[in-house]
Design a binder for this molecule. Structure first.
Ligand SMILES: [Zn+2]
Ligand SMILES: [Zn+2]
Length: 250
């Protein structure tokens, strides 16, 4: 098993490279009315210093919403939710347990009362971020999860239903979320890249199988919403990644 020291060493360059980014969230993409009832809201934000993509998903009609990985800028994210009529944030959904994705959980939960949702395989690690990593990321530890999910479970906000796809490999309980022709892939699949597998609990073989069996089997025109802004564009499609992703070709 890799030591914390090893993680810190491998993260060092990454952090140096990313730390100088804007400290305001930038709204990358706004998609509205994509489902048949035309009431679903999907927004993509790049937040914090690590190019994390946070997503706001909600139902205009019932005014309920959720955030995927709201790791920074809680006030600005909540302002955006309000602007779109989403008065109730029901869930904070973490694609996985890594500190760059969960470091906003405490503040967002305090401000909304939302329930923290994570895959059961990553739940034990959610509250065990090593102190050195918390310090390096200037991060607040996450409260424990309120809802544990597994493959096939459904997460509902109003009429919008997200299906949990267990996509381990980057972490044991990594998950992607599928809704109406869109898939939120966390750190499993990026635009033109894939997640790292040199962390404790990571496995290349497991991740490759997740991408091939759970993601590349989705319809080709499914929009890929990744967990970081690492690619040449903020989104992609399953078909494009199957054909062009240099790490896993379908
Ligand atoms: Zn990660
Ligand atoms: Zn990440």
């Amino acid at each position: 098993m890799d030591s914390v020291e090893h993680i810190l060493k491998s993260l060092n360059n990454f952090v140096k490279k990313k730390i100088c980014r804007s400290d305001q969230p930038s709204i990358i993409l706004i998609l509205k009315a994509l489902n048949s009832e035309e009431t679903m809201i999907v927004k993509q934000f790049e937040v914090g210093s690590f190019s994390v993509f946070c997503y706001l998903i909600g139902d205009e009609e019932t005014k309920e919403g959720l955030f995927i990985d709201p790791s920074d800028h809680a006030d600005e994210l909540l302002k955006e939710a309000k602007k779109n009529g989403l008065n109730e944030i029901k869930y904070i959904v973490n694609t996985h347990c890594h500190v760059d994705h969960i470091m906003g959980n405490a503040e967002m939960k305090r401000k909304t009362g939302a329930k923290i949702v994570i895959h059961e395989g990553d739940a034990p690690y959610l509250t065990r971020t090593p102190p050195d990593l918390l310090m390096m990321f200037s991060a607040t530890p996450s409260p424990p999860a309120d809802v544990l999910v597994k493959d096939g479970d459904l997460i509902r906000v109003g009429n919008v239903v997200l299906k949990v796809l267990h996509t381990p490999g980057h972490s044991p309980g990594g998950m992607s979320l599928y809704v109406d022709g869109m898939v939120f892939t966390g750190d499993t699949l990026f635009v033109g890249s894939v997640g790292r597998t040199d962390f404790p609990g990571s496995s290349w073989d497991v991740m490759e199988a997740s991408i091939r069996k759970k993601l590349y089997t989705l319809p080709g025109d499914t929009i890929v919403f990744p967990g970081h802004n690492y690619g040449s564009s903020p989104t992609s499609t399953i078909q494009y990644e199957r054909r062009h992703n240099p790490f896993v070709r379908g």
